[in-house]
Design a protein around this ligand. Structure first.
Ligand SMILES: NC(=O)c1ccc[n+]([C@@H]2O[C@H](COP(=O)([O-])OP(=O)(O)OC[C@H]3O[C@@H](n4cnc5c(N)ncnc54)[C@H](O)[C@@H]3O)[C@@H](O)[C@H]2O)c1
Length: 334
């Protein structure tokens, strides 16, 4: 059956999408533009484009809309006649926003796209650390359920989480998504965030009161190294430390020391400076520490969420509107 007149659409835009893009957002984008979908995630070895290679791809595809996640929208790509740029990240630090603004190109971002994913990962780390899941799994696999004359019950007792206090440092998108999950576990949740009205604790009081401290702040000059020797010393004896945000927020040597001395019961970490730890790092030898390689936001829903946020933003922009996730609204005032 041939399409009816109403079904026929002649796209006036071409969108080059190098981000993973799926779901309702992709449907919306396909109604706005001819879509060239070439996500970095499908490339092995890893393909992250610099400004020159991205410019060449934009020119080759004739795109006037550009949607990226990790590729660098800097330099020559900003000399091209782009109508809009979508960065599928909360912080569009892969885009030279200043130059885009000077060229009058709107830049969209995707705030909170991975908040639920990171919050779920935080809860996973909490359970894994508190109940020794990784060690317990290894014992079963190694046929070493009984070790050194002990049965598992002797080695794996833990305090339950219900009824205890969790302290959240940074009550943004991830912090809020983590808060209700912890409350759902029966925990009392307190928070420190100088920029969030609902966060009513000072950092010192939060550290002193919490059985679990979980970091969810953005890295800024103010928060880099926020948790050091003094702050760890303020934490309760036997508390658990979680950082599913960024390793730059804590002093790793001080954390190792607090764990080695037994001041903290354990830690769960989803990020390391340089994205990796040397295999001989002291953290790697600690059975009470669970380490994951920056996978908090690695869910298909993160991709569906950023796709919807960017596609809806583009639709609004092309319709003459001013989307909330526009980073440089001043370009619309010119
Ligand atoms: N592990 C992962 O895969 C993953 C994925 C996404 C985000 N993250 C990280 O998680 C963290 C939170 O991300 P988000 O999306 O919720 O960001 P967000 O911008 O929504 O929230 C950050 C919060 O930090 C707060 N903050 C700023 N200065 C502070 C200070 N001095 N003390 C305490 N809080 C302060 C802000 O007020 C804000 O509420 C970031 O560090 C981000 O990089 C990790």
């Amino acid at each position: 059956m041939s399409p009816s007149c109403d079904d026929r659409r002649v796209s006036t835009h071409t969108a080059l999408v190098t981000a993973p893009f799926r779901g309702e957002g992709l449907d919306i984008l396909r109604r706005l533009a001819d879509v060239v979908l070439d996500p970095w995630i499908n490339h092995t070895p890893l393909r992250i484009l610099d400004g020159e290679k991205l410019a060449a791809l934009v020119e080759e595809t004739g795109a006037d809309l550009l949607v990226v996640e990790s590729d660098s929208v800097k330099g020559p790509v900003l000399d091209l006649p782009l109508v809009a740029i979508g960065s599928c990240r909360g912080d569009p630090n892969n885009v030279d926003v200043e130059t885009a603004t000077a060229r009058g190109i709107p830049v969209l971002r995707a705030p909170g796209r991975n908040a639920d994913g990171v919050a779920e990962m935080t809860i996973a780390l909490l359970f894994a650390v508190n109940r020794g899941l990784v060690r317990a799994d290894a014992d079963v696999r190694e046929g070493a359920v009984d070790r050194d004359g002990t049965i598992p019950y002797q080695r794996f007792r833990a305090w339950q989480l219900a009824g205890r206090t969790a302290g959240i440092v940074g009550l943004g998108a991830v912090g809020r998504a983590t808060k209700w999950r912890l409350e759902g576990l029966g925990m009392r949740v307190i928070a420190y965030d100088p920029y969030a009205a609902e966060a009513t604790h000072s950092l010192d009081d939060l550290l002193a009161e919490s059985d679990v401290v979980s970091l969810h702040a953005a890295v800024t000059p103010e928060t880099a190294g926020l948790i050091g020797t003094q702050q760890l010393a303020r934490m309760k004896e036997g508390a658990i430390f979680l950082n599913s945000a960024r390793a730059q927020l804590h002093d790793t040597d001080a954390l190792v020391d607090a764990l080695e001395r037994g001041h903290l019961a354990g830690a769960g970490l989803d990020h390391f400076v340089g994205e990796n730890l040397p295999v001989d790092h002291p953290l790697c030898a600690m059975g009470n520490v669970v380490l994951t390689p920056h996978i908090g936001g690695a869910t298909y829903d993160t991709e569906a969420n950023h796709s919807k946020l960017i596609a809806e933003g583009l639709a609004m922009l092309l319709d003459g509107g001013r989307p909330d996730n526009l980073v440089n609204p001043e370009v619309l005032d010119g």
